[in-house]
Design a protein around this ligand. Structure first.
Ligand code: FAD
Ligand code: ZN
Length: 468
């Protein structure tokens, strides 16, 4: 059986692209180094037809498939399990930009295109693809859509779902659905595109996508503001929305301890507002000029000082300073990885509930696990916090994770649901949150999701054990 599967895979993609031995950890070990699996084979198709042939070969052999893009996912969804029975299908060789239509403002890219390459291809035409996240140098469009990635521009442009007009998908039985429409309006029945987006490889394999582009802003400017409380941060958001309107493209928050970790692990990065309990990063995209954007920032921050919702602020004077401000924000997950394992939460809440949620949950965690350190940061503008819990100083981080993760999750997720939030804002469910989803999602919603899974993947071979 195995022999005939390997023969069919080699026939589909060429022997050199079917990897079965040597060091496969780039495919089998996830970015967080939490999940290390073993693949039956790593298969690297270079075209949609090759993907379809691989899927058909696996279907004939009854073998499960785990699709993988850049392997930067944070929920254990893109690496095989330890059984050694799953084929890892890497999309990395499918990395062509197929077309750019500047009049229609669309770009069609293959699933394995690295996000940064898509941004660059748009920029070459003087256009903007706004999806942006710290992993953009290695994550892929297929992975971004499969996880419905968020990032730092959601406030203005929405998440990956809102940036996608059409998809090309290989179904579980190896058929190709060409849905690469560049239409902004298309009400012809159920929305298959939206079904595959965010499905984390459990319904089919995305092989290409048609994406929305936007005009490049004339200038981008960044500012930092110090807030005494999170409620002040929310008040600043109110003020910024009112004064900047659609020019406000980023609104990130960083807790003091999160920035302390950055200082510890990346001491060369400048920290303009040291000691602030909360630091907010604001980004403005302007259709006029940098000077106009800076002037609007000065006026906004002056008003915020007067209103008492900030205690200090710094406006970037140059592109390099803007860059350095973003680097502070983007270094947080990297600094956390250096600090050691932690209990990660990627949660969404109504923005208005965030201050009360954080106050109540911090207190509940301290009562139960005295001394735990909270690495709070995230996309405050769209109500998405990365509310991570690090072991108390001096406590072995691995041990803490192994012993207390479940109990920490219970405290946090109970509070999230009590505040009408979501246990996954942008990273997805993967393997990490599958049981939490089963326990916490409404039974009717779970029943409908299982019916969809059954209809599209009746044999349960597409990324099994993930999401459902
Ligand atoms: P992978 O990790 O390879 O896969 C992710 C999931 O998608 C898996 O379940 C996989 O099976 C499935 N998949 C991948 N490609 C396909 C395909 N072509 N067809 C079907 N299924 C597929 N995420 C955010 O949303 N916002 C952030 O701000 C953010 N910041 C991050 C910062 C860092 C430093 C890191 C390491 C990660 C961050 N992430 C963030 C998480 C991650 O980068 C995103 O989830 C990204 O979208 C994953 O893309 P990928 O190509 O690496 O996918
Ligand atoms: Zn994020």
């Amino acid at each position: 059986m195995r022999g005939s599967l390997f023969a069919a895979l080699r026939e589909a993609v060429g022997a050199a692209q079917v990897l079965t031995d040597g060091d496969l950890s780039a495919y089998e070990l996830d970015w967080r180094r939490r999940w290390r699996g073993r693949a039956l084979a790593v298969v690297r198709p270079a075209s949609t037809a090759e993907v379809a042939a691989v899927v058909r070969a696996c279907a004939a052999a009854g073998v499960a498939i785990v699709p993988q893009g850049g392997n930067t996912g944070l929920v254990g969804g893109g690496v095989p399990d330890a059984s050694g029975t799953q084929v890892l299908l890497s999309l990395q060789r499918m990395n062509r930009v197929r077309a750019i239509d500047t009049a229609n403002l669309t770009l069609t890219a293959e699933a394995g295109c690295v996000l940064q390459a898509v941004q660059a291809a748009a920029a070459e035409q003087g256009l903007l693809f706004p999806l942006s996240l710290a992993a953009e140098g290695s994550c892929t469009i297929g992975g971004n859509l499969s996880t419905n990635a968020g990032g730092t521009q959601v406030l203005r442009f929405g998440n990956a779902r809102e940036l996608c007009l059409g998809l090309e998908v290989v179904s579980a039985d190896g058929e190709v659905w060409d849905g690469l429409s560049g239409l902004r309006k298309d009400n012809t029945g159920y929305d298959l595109r939206d079904l595959f987006i965010g499905s984390e490889g459990t319904l089919g394999i995305i092989t290409a996508a048609t994406l929305k582009l936007f005009p490049q802003p004339a200038a981008r400017t960044t500012a930092l503001a110090a807030c005494a409380t999170l409620a002040d941060g929310v008040a600043l958001l109110d003020l910024a929305r009112a004064r900047l309107g659609a020019a406000l493209t980023g609104f990130e928050v960083m807790g003091r301890f999160a920035l302390d970790l950055v200082a510890r692990h990346f001491p060369a990065l400048p920290r303009p507002l040291p000691g602030a309990p909360w630091t907010v990063l604001l980004e403005q995209s302007d259709t006029e000029s940098e000077a106009a954007a800076r002037a609007r920032f000065e006026a906004l921050l002056g008003a915020a000082l007067e209103a008492g919702c900030i205690t200090d602020a710094a406006v970037a004077e140059s592109l390099a300073q803007s860059h350095a401000m973003w680097q502070l924000r983007e270094a947080i997950p990297l600094a956390q990885a250096e600090e050691g394992p932690n209990v990660k939460h990627d949660i969404a809440l109504p923005v208005s509930s965030i201050p009360a949620f954080v106050a109540a949950t911090d207190a509940a965690l301290q009562a139960r696990f005295p001394g735990v350190r909270l690495v709070d940061f995230g996309h405050l503008g769209d109500g998405n916090l990365h509310y991570n819990v690090q072991a108390p100083e001096g406590v072995d981080a691995k041990r803490f994770l192994a012993d207390e993760e479940h109990a920490v999750n219970k405290v946090v997720y109970d509070a999230v649901l009590a505040h009408q939030g979501s246990i996954s804002a942008e990273h997805g469910i993967g393997a990490l949150k599958r049981d939490e989803l089963a326990a916490r999602k409404a039974p009717v919603a779970l029943k409908l999701m299982r019916a969809i899974k059954q209809a599209l993947d009746p044999q349960g071979r597409m990324n099994p054990g993930r999401v459902l």
